[in-house]
Design a protein around this ligand. Structure first.
Ligand SMILES: O=C(O)c1ccccc1NCC(=O)[C@H](O)[C@H](O)COP(=O)(O)O
Length: 222
């Protein structure tokens, strides 16, 4: 079987050095968080600077939590995004309206901790373009993601993804290869695991993360 390329998304970027490191390391997707309580939140203007002059091979992702149309309008007025990631309680119908009104594909995040949580995926077929499986946030958290928490990957055994998907939640340069091997994930998403402190990305960790993913390509998977 030919080697399978695993998509890499580096999320929560806030500075140009980290963007440059992610591009140089071969990341496929770069994410910016538009959710002010996050330590990684950026303004539309910041993101426009960060995502200026990227190679065409690199896609840009805006991460939103239950965004209203005014926020999406504002951000998209400033920044070229290729994919909208929604990390809140967005229904399939709300995703339809985002796709229709803003003309962009949407990746819906599902918080999972048990196999039963995976059932929710089916409701998004014919609505979302992609799914991102992430851990549920700790109790009382002020935001639904980006907590460096993995979920139990064994719940994915035998799961047939109804849409293209990515794996997230507490991945690091040390764990990502095993995560890919154990789950067969066609894509991986990281934020905390490539940071030197909360919200501050470390170019060397980005490089190590991407290298660890690329080293898995072609090796046997689930
Ligand atoms: O990063 C945040 O602060 C954030 C805020 C609100 C919703 C989601 C958020 N992060 C999610 C991600 O960055 C990723 O998509 C993914 O969950 C990976 O997070 P991590 O466990 O930190 O690697």
């Amino acid at each position: 079987m030919p080697p399978k390329r695993v998509e890499i998304k580096i999320c929560g970027l806030t500075d140009v050095d980290a963007v440059d490191a992610a591009v140089a390391a071969g990341a496929d997707w770069l994410g910016a968080v538009f959710f002010p309580p996050s330590p990684r939140a950026v303004t539309a203007e910041d993101a426009a600077e960060l995502f200026d002059a990227l190679p065409e091979t690199v896609g840009t992702v805006g991460l939103f939590v239950d965004p209203d149309d005014a926020l999406l309008d504002h951000v998209l007025h400033h920044v070229r995004l290729d994919l909208i990631q929604v990390h809140g309680r967005e229904t399939p119908e709300r995703i339809d309206s985002i796709r229709l009104d803003f003309g962009l594909p949407v990746m819906k995040v599902l918080g999972v901790s048990t196999a039963a949580d995976l059932e929710a995926a089916r409701a998004y077929v014919d609505h979302a373009d992609r799914l991102l499986l992430d851990a549920k946030p700790p109790a009382g958290a002020d935001r639904p993601g980006g907590h460096a928490v993995p979920f139990d990957w064994s719940i994915l055994a035998g799961w047939r993804a109804p849409l293209p998907w990515m794996l997230a939640g507490g991945l690091t340069p040390e764990t990502v290869a095993e995560a890919i091997r154990a789950t067969g994930a066609p894509g991986v998403d990281v934020s905390s695991g490539v940071e030197r402190s909360k919200g501050i990305k470390d170019p060397a960790l980005i490089d190590r993360f991407c290298a660890a993913v690329r080293a898995t390509e072609g090796s046997p998977r689930r």
